[in-house]
Design a protein. Structure first.
Length: 481
């Protein structure tokens, strides 16, 4: 890899590297950046990817003066808003994929401006684009323009191209990558598994990759190492749900290890992640979409509520989405948005007291204190930790900036969230393939392997470094595209 990092650092044209999951792509980018004389721009697609790249830079001791890491979406939005008069773009939060496509088209045109090209050349000495298989055609057009002015190194894996942006055409690897970039190399060593002594798992996954690339089935009963476990999931939905719940509930591993349970990426399975987390009583927390749709829905409902009582009820409803047993641990009057007299037999007096404080003087800080009081309740478990803590972050931001409306504080928080990336704090998580791609865990549980497409299956299979548990209605996996 040292030789390849030198090749990338010295390359002055436009080149690409094929990088299978777990083969050291993030390390390669960081090692190549460390060799660079000028600051590098590093673009990726997800905030998990941003976080992983920053962590690897720190681990290798790369100075933050040598790079700037961002998502393509965030960088494009910031550039367009910085030059609104030229770009014609004024939206701070594009509403849907159609608007994001429109943004990318405007940014591509902006990058044709000579003064923007001079700024790009003066700001950066080179460009890396991670997870290139996830680019849309419109994003690809932006990269091609940047590649006119900067050495451009892209890394990706066509077998991991699972993002489906409605209204945005995805790139074709053969046409758009192989047709425009020089092949600089392919990563060959499964570092993720070798580093923890799970060489047998790494070898099994290498064979699974070959089979998936060739359209061949994977027989879970054939030549399966001890680190790969097959759990039969009954065909009937209730039996499958019970099998998934029991597998997660009774999964045993080192107490310091991280576990991810993985569903497919469609809307149906996003809901199933939250449902399974609740069914498991908070043992696992479900991962949220980065866009924060449920967070902004909560903020909007609080702002639109007509009375302080209605606002408190919206806060309680939000708490119920994030935690178990909320109703059972609040006085009836508090649930109705009323001030209650705290007595010896008052249910959860601390939370009730915080609710009274909110009703007496509604503020973001008082709302945050009420939610924290609920969190500390012994019988209450958080099932959507990601969503809950983002809401706390918005309320904290609002308390620090009382001149802002709650929605303005939410936009400010979201902008910082985009830049910082999403940390994965909980030890046991449930997420979709779209939300966990790029993340690494000690153990992975594939919840319904039979439902996954070929590319989704590969992403799910490669998340766990030490073990893999596959719940499937069939012992032979033969996924379609």
């Amino acid at each position: 890899m040292c030789e390849l990092s030198a090749v990338l650092a010295a390359h002055l044209g436009a080149g690409y590297v094929v990088a299978p999951a777990g083969y050291g792509k993030t390390h390669l980018i960081a090692a190549s950046t460390a060799r660079s004389e000028r600051r590098q721009m590093i673009l990726t697609h997800t905030y998990a990817g941003v976080n992983a790249l920053r962590a690897k830079m720190r681990a290798l001791g790369v100075s933050d003066r040598q790079y700037r890491i961002d998502t393509i979406a965030s960088w494009s939005l910031r550039l367009a808003l910085s030059y609104q008069q030229t770009s014609g773009w004024t939206e701070e939060r594009p509403a849907d994929n159609a608007r994001w496509s429109a943004l990318y088209e405007d940014v591509a045109q902006l990058l044709d401006q000579e003064f923007i090209r001079r700024i790009v050349r003066a700001s950066y000495g080179g460009l890396y684009v991670d997870e290139y298989q996830d680019c849309s055609v419109a994003q690809h057009a932006i990269v091609l323009r940047l590649a006119r002015d900067l050495p451009c190194r892209i890394l990706g894996d066509p077998l991991q191209g699972i993002f489906d942006f409605a209204g945005q055409d995805s790139i074709d690897w053969t046409r758009d990558v192989e047709g425009h970039f020089e092949r600089l190399g392919t990563l060959e060593v499964p570092h993720r598994w070798d580093q923890v002594g799970a060489n047998d798992l790494g070898a099994w996954l290498r064979d699974a990759r070959t089979r998936l690339e060739g359209g061949q089935p994977i027989d879970l009963n054939a030549a399966r190492p001890d680190s790969v476990r097959y759990v039969h999931g009954p065909a009937d939905p209730q039996g499958l749900i019970q099998s998934q719940g029991n597998t997660c509930r009774y999964f045993e591993c080192d107490g310091a290890h991280k576990i991810i349970a993985i569903h497919g990426g469609s809307q149906e399975y996003k809901v199933k992640c939250h449902t399974l987390s609740r069914n498991l009583g908070g043992r696992y927390s479900s991962i949220e979409e980065v866009e924060g749709k449920d967070l902004f829905s909560f903020i909007r409902k609080v702002e639109e509520a007509g009375t302080d009582a209605d606002r408190l009820k919206e806060i309680i409803e939000f708490a119920k989405r994030c935690m178990t047993a909320v109703d059972a641990n609040l006085p009836a009057g508090t649930r109705r948005g009323e001030h209650v007299n705290i007595q010896v037999n008052t249910r959860n007096p601390n939370a009730a007291r915080m609710a009274n404080t909110y009703l007496a003087a509604p503020s973001a800080d008082a709302a945050r204190s009420f939610l924290l009081a609920l969190k500390k309740t012994a019988a209450v478990e958080i099932v959507r930790s990601d969503l809950f803590h983002r809401a706390l972050g918005v309320l904290g931001k609002s308390a620090l900036h009382p001149e802002l409306s709650l929605s303005e504080a939410a936009e400010l928080y979201q902008g910082e969230f985009r830049y910082k990336g999403r940390p994965v704090g909980r030890r046991k998580l449930i997420g979709t393939t779209l939300l966990v791609k790029g993340l690494e865990f000690d153990h992975a549980i594939v919840l319904d392997a039979t439902s996954l497409s070929r590319k989704e299956l590969y992403v799910a299979l490669t998340r766990g470094a030490r073990s893999l548990t596959i719940i499937s209605r069939n012992a032979v996996l033969n996924p379609e595209d």
